[in-house]
Design a protein around this ligand. Structure first.
Ligand code: A3P
Length: 332
């Protein structure tokens, strides 16, 4: 182990016992069991060492594309859309396209997932450029070389979502993980209290959004900030925007061939969620996966919170959102 890594490991050993801890939402489902509060965010305890390694040792490349999301805000969709945009000349949309036979999680390297497993950043260094990575880490957890405003160390695409829908999605998702371990479902009132006080996966939810929102205002060439609700309403326009942001704008010829619409269709909830690879669990292929392919898909709609939250809960969440985003220009 080189000296740099040792320093991070040592820092981790020192700091870990001192950090606030809380039960997480899912028991041991994600190999953790607890959240630890680190630099303002609630991180699965088992992930913290990797998180610290990323901060100290991850080496960004100018060609990197990093999809950043708070969990349940549209990671799967954006993994698919960005993959389809950047690889649009390599495959046929209705024939040999990897998205027809693989879940997006198998086509994009999950940053903190790889570091947790390997205990080092070396796997990521073996990936050829341009790398397309996905992460749930808050903006402030990246190395200073990436987050200082003058930097153009890499490009981030961020997607945010109405906290009410994101919460409902998270609650359903965590209950699926709990069921797998034969744990009873988490009552929605209990999950709601945790979410509102910031105790959720990589939460507080609002702070996660704000980190990337502020960065996108300061450095619009480094951070593209998208909204689930907007991408849902204007998917083709969003795909064009992603293309432009990544310096891969759609040519007139591609427009004539309807490539944008082909990407939109391929990555739609209806299409992806009905593919064999996403409908069924192939035990052999998905053995190493914490999250099974079908678990990434539920309804894929805007406003499903209405079916789950009381009027009072919705009011409380809206109020918290208003307070957190006041004066920032971000709203829902
Ligand atoms: P719901 O639970 O509201 O249905 P993530 O991918 O970040 O884990 O987010 C999961 C949420 O995105 C789920 O929301 C899921 O159904 C939805 N989703 C998955 N694939 C989608 C797609 N292709 N288009 C739109 N939404 C999608």
């Amino acid at each position: 182990l080189d000296e740099g890594y040792q320093k991070t490991y040592q820092k981790f050993d020192e700091i870990y016992p001192t950090l606030p801890k809380r039960d997480d939402w899912w028991g041991d489902g994600l190999g953790a069991g607890q959240f630890v509060q680190y630099q303002g965010f609630w991180i699965p305890s088992g992930a913290l060492r990797g998180v610290m390694l990323i901060h100290d040792h991850f080496k960004p490349r100018p060609t990197d594309i990093i999809l950043s999301t708070s969990p349940k805000c549209g990671t799967t969709w954006l993994r698919a859309l960005i993959f389809a945009v950047i690889n649009r000349n390599s495959y046929h949309f209705d024939d040999n396209h990897p998205l027809l036979s693989s879940n997006p999680q198998d086509l994009v390297a999950f940053l903190e997932g790889h570091i947790q497993q390997g205990g080092s950043t070396s796997f990521l260094e073996t990936l050829p450029s341009p790398r397309f990575l996905s992460t749930h880490l808050p903006f402030s957890f990246f190395p200073n070389s990436m987050t200082s405003s003058a930097a153009s160390a890499c490009r981030f695409v961020y997607i945010c979502r109405d906290p009410k829908d994101a919460f409902v999605s998270m609650w359903h998702f965590m209950n699926k993980l709990r069921a797998r371990q034969e744990m009873p479902p988490l009552p929605i009132e209990h999950a709601f209290d945790l979410f509102c006080t910031g105790v959720s996966l990589n939460g507080p939810f609002w702070d996660h959004h704000l980190g990337f929102w502020k960065a996108s205002l300061e450095s619009p060439n480094m951070v593209l900030f998208l909204k689930y609700e907007h991408v849902k309403r204007e998917t083709s326009a969003s795909v064009r925007k992603i293309g432009e942001f990544l310096d891969l704008p759609f040519s007139a010829e591609e427009e004539n061939e309807g490539i944008v619409e082909k990407i939109v269709h391929l990555c739609s909830f209806e299409n992806l969620s009905n593919l064999d690879v996403n409908k069924n669990v192939n035990e052999e292929k998905q053995r190493g996966h914490l999250i099974k392919n079908p678990e990434f898909f539920r309804k894929g709609q805007v406003g499903d919170w209405m079916n789950h939250l009381t009027h009072e809960m919705a009011k409380v969440l809206d109020q918290i959102t208003k307070e957190n985003f006041q004066g920032t220009g971000l709203n829902f």
